[in-house]
Ligand binder design. Structure first.
Ligand code: AQP
Length: 333
């Protein structure tokens, strides 16, 4: 069976963008039953920027509770935390030696996150995509569901797999397919239609957090930036109106309907009418997940048991791949 791998950073909270662009699609792929599904909290990625240790531990457990509350079944999928499976970093070192500096320097996430202060960014942040390639390829994953922002990193993963295979004259690592589809592969900030919604945006008003209550959600949509025109009647009328487009996309993704279906319902409405509809729908989707998350997160012993079991299952798949890789590279052992 084809194998799916994807991960989310426990870098604090979870946005509606992470949920619609990633988590919700992880659940669909698990439930379709066409794939073996492997999902990961990538704590080693999170520490490429500073994380308070106690907060990181809490965030990792909370993210695990989110996965389960959103519908990931730790029996059906392998659900685990990255640092509990050392094979990821073992393979990442090999990939550090395969990937080229020039490839890494071209990554837009590196440029965005390191910004003008690249001299002071961590080496880990620069090497992030090599660890990500290892996360995926240590399972020989064939399909990776992600948001649109990760497209470039997945291309790099393919480049690393191909260069490794070519350098060592083997057909060992698969060339992975990104799975970037659906109506919410790039959810935009509520304050700026040209930036993606992100956990690390300094403005909390720019995002819907999966832990926001109904009042906060209603307020954030009410204050979301828009132009003054009412919604158009046709999809074409959303071109060059990024904020309007984003809200309509969100409505479609949250209601599980297509854009044309949604336009037939809300076309022509002023934002004063549409925004409360969107807020109600978001609350309907988010609140059962967040209340279940809070319930599950209370039992940290149970979360830790799930993570330990997930790590054991993950290692059973990853260890033989690392062993074979080290043989191919020429390590004695
Ligand atoms: N705005 C988004 N729309 C759709 N998908 C998104 N993803 C992130 N933002 C959006 C997808 O969520 C998955 C997990 O992302 P991550 O936790 O690894 O970190 P990220 O991509 O860097 O997301 P954030 O929220 O912007 O976190 P920070 O601010 O810490 O960097 C990925 O599949 C991603 O595509």
């Amino acid at each position: 069976t084809p194998r799916v791998f994807s991960g989310i950073q426990p870098s604090g909270g979870l946005t509606l963008g992470n949920y619609l662009g990633a988590m919700k699609r992880f659940v669909t792929m698990q439930d379709e039953g066409k794939f073996e599904t492997i999902y990961c909290m990538v704590d080693l990625h999170a520490i490429t920027v500073w994380q308070d240790p106690a907060v990181l531990r809490d965030n990792t457990r909370e993210l695990c509770a989110f996965f389960i509350a959103a519908g990931i079944d730790p029996e059906k999928s392998i659900l685990f935390n990255q640092s509990q499976v050392p094979e990821h970093t073992q393979l990442a070192w090999i990939f550090n030696c395969v990937a080229r500096m020039g490839w890494m320097k071209r990554m837009t996430q590196w440029k965005d996150k390191a910004g003008k202060n690249a001299e002071n960014a961590s080496l880990g942040l620069f090497g992030y995509p090599a660890l990500m390639a290892a996360d995926i390829l240590v399972y020989h994953a064939t399909h990776v569901p992600v948001g649109d922002d990760q497209k470039q990193h997945l291309e790099l993963t393919r480049d690393i797999a191909m260069k490794f295979n070519h350098d060592f004259g083997v057909e060992f690592f698969p060339v992975t397919e990104p799975v970037i589809e659906g109506p919410a592969t790039r959810v935009m900030s509520l304050r700026d239609g040209s930036r993606k919604m992100s956990k690390s945006d300094p403005s909390d008003m720019s995002r819907i957090n999966m832990s926001d209550d109904a009042d906060a959600i209603a307020q954030k949509f009410r204050k979301a930036r828009t132009d003054p025109e009412p919604l158009p009647f046709e999809m074409e009328g959303l071109t060059d109106r990024p904020e309007a487009r984003n809200l309509v996309d969100l409505y479609a993704a949250l209601s599980g309907r297509t854009l044309p279906e949604v336009m037939a319902e809300v076309g022509g409405k002023p934002f004063s009418e549409f925004k409360p509809m969107l807020a109600d729908l978001a609350v309907e989707v988010i609140s059962p997940i967040s209340s279940e998350m809070r319930r599950l997160a209370k039992d940290t012993a149970e979360i830790d048991r799930v993570l330990a079991k997930g790590a054991e299952r993950a290692r059973a798949v990853a260890a033989p791949v690392v062993k074979r890789t080290y043989e191919i590279v020429g390590m004695v052992g």
